[in-house]
Write a protein that binds this ligand. Structure first.
Ligand code: 3PY
Ligand code: MG
Length: 262
């Protein structure tokens, strides 16, 4: 079976940099994959992406060595199994609140006897190649998100759930959980403390710690703290930031009365 390069890097203690895909399009997925991210996450929770889009985006990512990961809309076995069958090598599961939620996510990612995944890896078998059925349980990453008040209370039991390969912090929902505005890249003390606590818990249990960001500055900070998988930014965010910057620079060169546009 094709190796999961990102999961192997986490197991060896390395740091990986990923990107986030919110635009449901094979072309933008291929463009982003060609830029050299270690992994890309196709976001079916908040991204404007449905299953037909996913079927174009995963093969687009497969033109490169970038690891294809999918965030499912919710912790439901049916969609977890369908994205795995389409060739996802990692599944990010939002809003995991307790041990039972984490166990449910893991079970959906693993074939019996380790879990309840049903067999039918239509595209996954092509992408993964020979040996997929026998090796999938140890090659595919199950990544619950910690981003709620309840999850903070049950942190140890979530992180130590057998079969959990990584924990992804959702910083905006975490901010809401702490009574703060939903801003992910924040210096607010309770947020920074919660992030540190989650990271320490992952280290204690030998689980890779990951976090979503919207900036190079926060990505660098989280690399220095020891996070092993960090999302640097989103396709829509990169596009908007570059367009705003260029538009601003040329508008500033116009006569003052034309600077605001027509
Ligand atoms: C969050 O910040 O809550 C996320 O889930 C990132 O997408
Ligand atoms: Mg979230």
């Amino acid at each position: 079976m094709r190796k999961n390069r990102s999961l192997a890097a986490w197991r060896e203690g390395h740091t990986t940099i990923g990107g986030w895909l919110s635009i449901g399009n094979g072309y933008t997925a291929e463009l982003m994959a060609g830029l050299g991210f270690d992994w890309l996450c196709v976001d079916m929770q908040h991204g404007l992406i449905d299953y037909q889009d996913l079927l174009a985006m995963l093969p687009a990512i497969s033109t490169t060595d970038t690891t294809p990961i999918v965030r499912v809309p919710w912790n439901e076995a049916s969609i977890i199994m369908k994205v795995l069958d389409a060739g996802a090598y990692g599944v990010i599961v939002p809003m995991v609140n307790n041990r039972a939620d984490a166990e449910r996510a893991v079970a959906a990612c693993r074939y019996p006897p380790d879990g309840i995944r049903s067999f039918g890896p239509l595209r996954a078998g092509i992408y993964g190649g020979r040996g997929y059925g026998g090796q999938a349980n140890s090659e595919l990453a199950c990544i619950p998100m910690v981003e709620t008040a309840e999850a903070l209370e049950n942190l140890d039991e979530i992180v130590s759930t057998p079969g959990v390969d990584g924990i992804l912090i959702g910083p905006s929902d975490l901010a809401l959980a702490l009574g703060l505005p939903p801003v992910g890249d924040t210096d607010a003390a309770p947020h920074a403390e919660a992030v540190k606590r989650i990271l320490a818990c992952c280290r204690k249990h030998g689980v890779a710690a990951g976090i979503f960001t919207g900036s190079a500055a926060y990505t660098r900070r989280y690399i220095d703290m020891g996070f092993q998988f960090i999302s640097l930014g989103t396709d829509n965010g990169f596009l908007a930031r570059a367009a705003i910057q260029d538009l601003k620079s040329v508008r500033e060169a116009l006569p003052e009365r034309e600077q605001t546009g027509y």
